[in-house]
Design a protein around this ligand. Structure first.
Ligand SMILES: Cc1ncc(COP(=O)(O)O)c(C=O)c1O
Length: 388
């Protein structure tokens, strides 16, 4: 089978992990500090705080932004479920923005529509999500932030290694256009720590809160007295959302080749673009801005009006040819738990969901495999295209 994603682990990663396993520190230790410092330097933000997962990064960010019961938060409806789940726990009042029907990303226009249609006055937070890894419209969302006075959190789990379009070289996570950004190091992301995540911010107060909540809400006063290191106070009902030193040593080794890994992903994306170029009557291909996108996913949209086959049937047939694909994502308001939101219909998201498919992409996906995948897609199109 060709998987739709795959981690990239090399010998250096393995020896970094072994070295940490043989050291005195398994949980928070020197590698945690090194990973956070190197991440912060690479991304050029003021603070980078490692977390046990991308989901805990989101939870911590929401707590640090003081999101509480009844606060109005807008999120894109095409999304991973983590942000909605965390907002549900905090009892926030969630509104869903529609998306661009090709990218699956919220746009400044769909965000403004959501504000208008729902007559929203006091918006506390907008969470953007760069579905697929291309950080589109960050600057325009920032303009709206100034107009409507909301905070912006970037759920940048797809976009580590991507750069903002209006800048020459600013990485997503530098928080040039946001208050806070969150990342996941799940194995299929730009870099991995197995499970893990990171929060970045330039705000000292947010950083302080996250550090505290991440570690049970403990407060330790620095006294310089070694015989006083047992004393702490609990000042918040916090969590254990720390990332272990073992995970951090892997993350640090991975981070040293972030740009190389992204270049390889972009190369795969460009291969798809050229091999499927002649089939654009039947399939929409994503923009690949090679110096900006993190190419986490390669999402295509079938033009089903020209085909006598559904997206779901295409998934089955590709699977039977040894190719695993994915759908990113089922509109998050439609899940059974979220009954209260089930009736909301956002038309472009509906269309996106019906037509879109994520093809396999990972740094070491060979040209031979991309050729094979494209040949199977072309075969299906030729077999099922409308003769009209
Ligand atoms: C957009 C997005 N947000 C949040 C998460 C949650 O990250 P994690 O799986 O590390 O908790 C993911 C991971 O799949 C994601 O893709």
């Amino acid at each position: 089978m060709i998987n739709y994603g795959k981690q990239n682990i090399n010998k250096k990663d393995i020896s970094a992990v072994i070295k940490t396993l043989q050291s005195n520190y398994l949980t928070t230790g020197p590698n945690t500090k090194i990973f956070e410092r190197n991440f912060q330097k690479k991304i050029k933000c003021k603070f980078a705080l490692s977390t046990s997962s991308g989901t805990s990064a989101i939870h911590l960010a929401l707590l640090a932004l003081n999101i509480k019961k009844g606060d109005v938060v807008i999120i894109p409806v095409i999304n991973f479920i983590a942000s909605l789940n965390m907002l549900e726990h905090l009892k926030a009042k969630v509104y869903f923005a529609d998306v661009n029907k090709h990218t699956g990303q919220m746009t400044p226009e769909t965000l403004k529509d959501c504000i208008k249609k729902n007559k929203l006055k006091k918006i506390k937070l907008v969470i953007t999500m760069y579905n697929g890894g291309n950080p589109l419209n960050a600057e325009k969302f920032y303009d709206l932030k100034k107009k409507y006075k909301f905070k912006i959190m970037e759920d940048a789990c797809h976009a580590l290694g991507g750069k903002y379009h209006s800048t020459k070289n600013s990485y997503v996570g530098s928080c040039k256009f946001s208050d806070i950004a969150t990342f996941s190091f799940h194995p299929l992301k730009s870099i991995t720590t197995c499970e893990g995540g990171m929060v970045t911010t330039n705000d000292t107060e947010i950083q302080k809160k996250i550090k505290q909540i991440r570690n049970h809400g403990m407060y330790r006063k620095k006294t310089g007295r070694k015989n006083y290191n047992w004393f702490y106070k609990i000042v918040y009902p916090g969590f254990n959302y720390r990332l272990s030193d073992v995970n951090c040593s892997l993350g640090n080794s991975q981070l040293s080749r972030l740009d190389t890994l992204i270049k390889k992903r972009v190369k795969v994306a460009l291969m798809y673009k050229s091999k499927l170029n002649d089939y654009q009557k039947y399939v929409n291909l994503p923009e690949v801005d090679k110096n900006k996108t993190a190419s986490h996913l390669f999402i295509i949209n079938f033009k089903l009006e020209y085909l006598k086959i559904s997206r779901d049937e295409i998934i089955k047939k590709l699977y039977n040819s040894g190719i695993t694909t994915q759908v990113h994502y089922i509109p998050i308001n439609s899940h059974p738990y979220y009954k209260k939101y089930n009736k909301i219909i956002l038309l472009s998201a509906k269309e996106y969901f019906k037509c879109s498919l994520s093809l396999p992409i990972y740094p070491d996906l060979s040209e031979k495999k991309v050729d094979y995948i494209c040949s199977k897609i072309k075969h299906l199109i030729n077999k099922y295209k409308n003769k009209r």
